[in-house]
Write a protein that binds this ligand. Structure first.
Ligand SMILES: CC(C)(COP(=O)(O)OP(=O)(O)OC[C@H]1O[C@@H](n2cnc3c(N)ncnc32)[C@H](O)[C@@H]1OP(=O)(O)O)[C@@H](O)C(=O)NCCC(=O)NCCS
Length: 226
């Protein structure tokens, strides 16, 4: 598996960092001038890669998923707690099937898009959306590795996913969440988008108007997908 190294540039929590090309030059330094530790397997960041700082001081890299993430995605899933899997899949789901791995790692980047966050060891979170065919509405799903939960990564991924979806003509992000999943509901509530919550059979459906940018006045009109 590729390993990443990170710059030590101090930025505010949640701020985006310019990805640093960690392929060492002749002096063994990366593109920021920092020394690349011996023994690291450097990777060159892609154009859409973003390094973000979490509230616990950890930096992770966020980038679009790739077809060659299959093994890393399986490993990430295998490392999730039973509770996280239950909250994400609404039941026991200890392993991903081949079909799921294929579907999750092969996206068209327009109607289906997924972002992964990774640290130096592998994938630590996934956020994705799938457009309802022919509509300006997409279903969103999130999962953050247990060791990374509660440090702002889910919130960061929601904002980044909303940016990507909006840029592709999507106005409404829809997410079904177990009503007991206070952490996920907290993230949706705090995202700053006008939203509706509808409870049915212990599942809370959240519809967010991502066409509305956080900080702008909330329109008075009724909210719901077209
Ligand atoms: C839900 C999930 C995606 C959120 O990601 P995260 O990185 O943990 O979330 P964040 O750290 O950005 O935010 C969590 C928020 O919930 C709050 N929170 C944490 N634990 C909480 C709890 N038990 N009850 C209520 N709120 C809680 C935090 O204070 C934080 O709010 P703040 O930013 O105002 O401080 C992640 O926890 C996860 O993957 N869980 C398992 C899978 C899952 O539930 N997927 C969602 C299926 S739709």
């Amino acid at each position: 598996m590729d390993r990443l190294t990170w710059s030590d540039t101090a930025v505010g929590v949640g701020e985006r960092r310019e990805p640093v090309n960690v392929v060492p030059n002749a002096e063994g330094r990366d593109s920021s001038g920092s020394e690349v530790p011996a023994g690291k397997e450097p990777v060159t960041p892609g154009p859409d890669d973003t390094d973000v700082l979490l509230t616990n001081g950890t930096t992770v890299r966020v980038r679009p998923i790739r077809p060659d993430d299959a093994a890393a995605l399986r490993a990430f899933h295998a490392g999730l707690s039973a509770e996280s899997i239950m909250l994400r899949f609404f039941g026991a789901h200890p392993t991903l099937s081949d079909a799921e791995v294929e579907r999750f790692t092969h996206v068209d980047g327009v109607d289906r898009l997924a972002l992964v966050a990774e640290d130096g060891m592998g994938i630590v979170a996934v956020a994705r959306f799938d457009r309802t065919p022919g509509r300006d509405e997409a279903e969103a799903a999130f999962v953050v590795g247990d060791a990374f939960q509660g440090h702002g990564l889910g919130s960061l991924l929601l904002q980044r996913l909303a940016d990507e979806a909006r840029a592709r003509g999507i106005r409404w992000l829809v997410a079904d969440t177990l009503a007991e999943n206070f952490r996920m509901l907290h993230v949706f509530r705090d995202a700053g988008f006008p939203r509706t919550f509808t409870l049915a059979s212990e599942v809370m459906r959240v519809v967010m108007d991502i066409g509305h940018r956080p900080g702008q006045p909330v329109p008075g009109a009724g909210i719901g997908p077209t």
